[in-house]
Design a protein around this ligand. Structure first.
Ligand code: SF4
Ligand code: SF4
Length: 402
């Protein structure tokens, strides 16, 4: 039987519209009863990256979360919500402020669902068939749950290019223990993607429902263009869900490291021809001019020793828009290698230490951190553009069709 992915239109976050769209998406997959047996412990894992209001298109919108909680409860599930936000969730007071700002606090009050903060140390999980990390700490609340429902946001990501259903599960690594995994994966997208697939094998969500009503392209996951995509996607297979999200965005799934490696490892389904689409087709909801974050394929083809030597000139580096900075120091606290510091009141990046995880950009509440390309990369891309322009010109002059 083919893997299925449901695509349903949803133009905005009007609660009645979201409820109907979420129900339709889940019904297309066979209904919530297929995933949530009566009396089961259900854990919802939204994307609560940091303290952003619902309209910022950074976190999973509370109306999507609420609709899924209501559906799961009506199937007899005992529901809770869990995550370990990258920033603003490390103390009870900060977590409460984050829950209030993201709108999750009201959802918890309306639905009587409990909040589970994914605190360290978590539970060590052995992963059969892991590629890199054979033992990973997973939040104990995830391990206790009978059913995990994964609720990602449809966004781009500086390191992984797209953050969808697979990437959202990174939040199941409890609290600050995520930092260690960032450190081990470094700025190597393939290593980070392998780790995400290992986490997927440890968590194995029963259902993933993607909030693509409003999403983000460009310099996501928090500093990109907020855009109305108008869709909700759902699937049992998070890999297939992300592949179909690529089709909706008009990009090749193989451009996304986690999907390329999932295909190599035989995890989930990445071949769009092998996925049955239920509801509307990707073409009907195609997002025009979807922009991935700039990270050239060039970089991934360079041998590692050369890459290490030239890294600062090849990959994008975090940089500051000083006028926007409110000196909250969230970037200083999140950096896993202490490459951001405040010296005499000014923020400094130590590029010799920086592993390009882009966590600082992710957590900056003021969009004060952007990424700028290295000089070699600019020069190579300029040369490629000139070569293409010259070749097109010669073809036109010789009378070849485009
Ligand atoms: S750059 Fe952003 S996260 Fe860092 S101190 Fe300034 S406002 Fe805070
Ligand atoms: S400076 Fe930013 S991108 Fe570099 S390692 Fe620190 S958090 Fe990651």
């Amino acid at each position: 039987m083919k893997t299925t992915v449901a695509i349903v239109r949803c133009k905005d976050y009007t609660p009645s519209e979201v409820r109907a769209a979420v129900r339709e998406a889940v019904d297309l997959l066979g209904g919530m009863g297929r995933f949530v047996p009566p009396g089961s412990r259900v854990l919802m894992k939204p994307n609560l990256l940091a303290s952003w209001e619902p309209d910022a298109a950074v976190c999973t919108h509370p109306t999507i979360l609420q609709s899924l909680l209501e559906l799961a409860a009506s199937s007899g599930g005992e529901c809770s919500v869990g995550d370990s936000p990258a920033v603003g969730g490390d103390t009870p007071g900060a977590l409460n402020r984050l829950l209030k700002k993201t709108g999750v606090q009201d959802v918890l009050a309306d639905t009587d669902a409990a909040m589970e903060f994914f605190a360290a140390p978590g539970t060590e999980v052995d992963i059969e068939g892991a590629a890199v990390f054979h033992r990973i700490p997973i939040a104990s609340a995830v391990c206790r749950a009978d059913v995990v429902i994964n609720i990602p946001k449809f966004k781009t990501h500086a390191l992984m290019r797209l953050t969808g259903a697979v990437k959202n599960l990174f939040g199941c690594i409890p609290g600050r223990r995520k930092v260690g995994f960032h450190l081990q994966a470094g700025d190597n997208p393939s290593m980070f993607a392998q780790m995400l697939l290992d986490v997927l094998m440890a968590v194995r969500p029963a259902l993933s429902v993607m909030d693509g009503v409003w999403g983000m392209d460009g310099e996501g996951p928090s500093a990109g263009r907020k855009r109305q995509f108008g869709v909700i996607l759902a699937s049992e297979d998070p890999v297939a869900l992300d592949a179909v999200a690529c089709a909706v965005a008009g990009i090749d799934p193989m451009e996304i490291p986690v999907l390329r490696l999932a295909r190599e490892r035989g995890i989930g389904e990445t071949d769009l021809k092998e996925i049955e689409i239920l509801g509307v087709s990707p073409e009907e909801v195609r997002i025009p001019d979807f922009r991935l974050p700039a990270r050239g394929d060039l970089v991934s083809r360079i041998p590692t020793p050369v890459y290490r030597a030239l890294r600062n000139q090849l990959v994008r580096s975090p940089a500051l828009k000083a006028r926007r900075c409110t000196r909250c120091n969230a970037c200083v606290r999140i950096c896993p290698v202490h490459a951001v510091s405040r010296i005499k009141g000014r923020l400094r990046f130590d590029y010799s230490r920086c592993i390009r995880c882009y966590c600082c950009q992710e957590v900056c509440p003021e969009h004060a951190i952007y990424t700028r390309p290295g000089m070699i990369k600019i020069a190579v891309e300029a040369a490629q553009a000139v070569a293409k322009w010259t070749s097109d010109l010669l073809k036109r002059e010789a009378g070849y069709p485009g």
